[in-house]
Design a protein around this ligand. Structure first.
Ligand code: ZN
Length: 483
């Protein structure tokens, strides 16, 4: 059809192209019908799919081996070119190759035609070449067959690792790179902090796994079936930055409903005594942060895992390290609330976690302070501030700026500056703008940029609109000397 020359036929071609997409093979769910994703959303987010019809749609059909060490599967992705420029390639990220695991793409098809891709940048970038440029607004279906060997290592805090029958399956499938400022973002994943840089997307996922495992995942469960020794679960999620899954054994589950959302906490039986407190903290955090912008999903899962970070956030689910639950009156509350805050800063409003880690981390710290002020005593609030002040002052250079890439910091200063000084940056903003004006500004920020990808300048602009003031000097002093 592309040989027709008249304008009439070109117009016809443009129309027909939209409908000539390769139909989904993995799910009986037409690409254009996004209603299935509304099931995962609370009422204030209903109709979201018509506001964001062009986010990528992932159909994933994956199987976990009986020993949980291998994930094999197929993936179909509907990508819409919203970049504003013609694209000659698509870039997927293969994060497992930087996280002590190994992701191999075995076959790639573009609209059903066998195609080729090239591995780049420490095997974490998979560039798929298009036969002809993909014009702005055009759509394309990419099919990938892949296999991921899951490691047992400690890279990136064990976020993608199998340890004693507990599997943390983060970033385990090929995922489209974010496209910002005219290029695919291919930052080398950082060993510290969060490695992924992702756009919001829709996910339909079918997982086959050993029957004796409990699967905890992003999104809502659509369907489950069992055979003699296997189980098949289907989930819908989205908009969401990614799809996370944990597989555990011998855990207890406790639940609590807050508004339209059910919170599930999954714990090894020996931490049973921490279940009620965990649910209570999460319920209060959801309520507090929903005053800024509603929590989008009908479910929030919290799972105790043998990870090396205190907590790791994913869309609609987060992991907390096992040791936090042994003493529920210790730092469990602050960490749990911090990870809940990432549902706003990271998932709802996305940013570059490698280049600008402060943007989601310092905000999660500040939201945790808002939570403590609303729910705990003045003494407790002081203790939270004192802890992070001391962590900040422990940095080799306490006047270092908070706005650099993860690679700028060593381990002590990453925590001290990005999390510690980052928290106090928002206290400096409070002093300048007033608490109420700052909170209103943050509320606008989360609502205006929902499901988008922002940078520090977007936050600065939103704050300046709220305070009708110029924050350049403050940003230069605290964030980076370039505003
Ligand atoms: Zn964090």
């Amino acid at each position: 059809m592309r040989f027709y020359r008249s304008l009439f036929f070109l117009v016809l071609l443009a129309f027909s192209h939209t409908f000539a997409l390769t139909p989904p093979k993995l799910f009986n769910q037409p690409w254009e019908d996004l209603s299935i994703f509304e099931q995962d959303l609370v009422s204030s987010y209903q109709g979201l799919s018509s506001q964001f019809p062009d986010l990528s749609i992932y159909h994933l059909d994956v199987s976990l081996s009986d020993d949980l060490a291998t994930l094999t599967g197929q993936e179909e992705v509907l990508f819409t070119n919203t970049t504003g420029k013609a694209l000659s390639d698509l870039v997927f990220r293969l994060y497992p190759n930087a996280l002590g695991s190994r992701l191999t793409v075995k076959r790639v098809e573009l609209e059903g035609v066998l195609s080729i891709g090239r591995l780049e940048r420490f095997n974490t970038v998979f560039r798929v070449f298009l036969q002809e440029p993909l014009l702005p607004g055009d759509k394309i279906v990419v099919s990938l067959t892949f296999s991921t060997q899951i490691g047992q290592g400690t890279e990136s805090y064990g976020r993608l690792a199998l340890y004693n029958e507990s599997l943390s399956l983060a970033h385990a499938y090929p995922v489209l790179a974010a496209f910002e400022k005219g290029e695919w973002l291919t930052d080398a994943p950082s060993p510290m902090g969060d490695p992924s840089v992702l756009e919001a997307a829709y996910y339909l996922v079918r997982v086959t796994a050993p029957k004796n495992q409990t699967i905890i995942a992003s999104g809502s469960l659509l369907d489950s079936q069992e055979s003699i020794d296997r189980q098949t679960l289907s989930f819908s999620a989205g908009p969401a930055r990614e799809f996370f899954l944990a597989s555990v054994k011998g855990y207890v589950q406790v639940s609590k409903v807050v508004g339209e959302t059910v919170i599930h906490v999954y714990l090894p039986e020996r931490f049973d005594h921490a279940a009620t407190a965990s649910l209570d903290f999460a319920a209060k955090a959801l309520a507090r942060f929903s005053s800024l912008a509603p929590y989008p999903y009908r479910e929030l899962d919290i799972v105790s895992m043998p990870i090396l970070a205190s907590g790791i956030e994913f869309p609609g689910v987060f992991s907390l390290t096992n040791r936090l639950f042994s003493n529920p009156s210790g730092s469990l509350e602050s960490v749990l609330v911090h990870e809940t805050a990432h549902q706003w800063s990271y998932n709802l409003v996305g940013s570059d976690q490698v280049e600008e880690p402060w943007l989601d981390e310092a905000l999660a710290q500040y939201l945790t302070l808002l939570y403590h002020r609303s729910n705990n005593t003045g003494r407790y609030v002081e203790d939270y501030l004192d802890f992070w002040d001391a962590t900040w002052q422990d940095s080799a250079n306490p006047l270092d700026k908070i706005g650099y890439p993860v690679s700028h910091y060593d381990e002590v200063s990453y925590s001290g500056i990005v999390y510690g000084r980052g928290l106090f940056f928002f206290l400096a903003l409070e002093d300048l703008m007033g608490k109420d004006v700052l909170e209103r500004a943050l509320s606008h920020y989360y609502q205006k940029y929902s499901w988008q990808f922002v940078n520090a300048k977007d936050l600065k602009t939103q704050l300046e609109i709220a305070c009708t003031c110029d924050l350049t000097a403050l940003f230069n002093d605290w964030v980076k000397p370039e505003y």
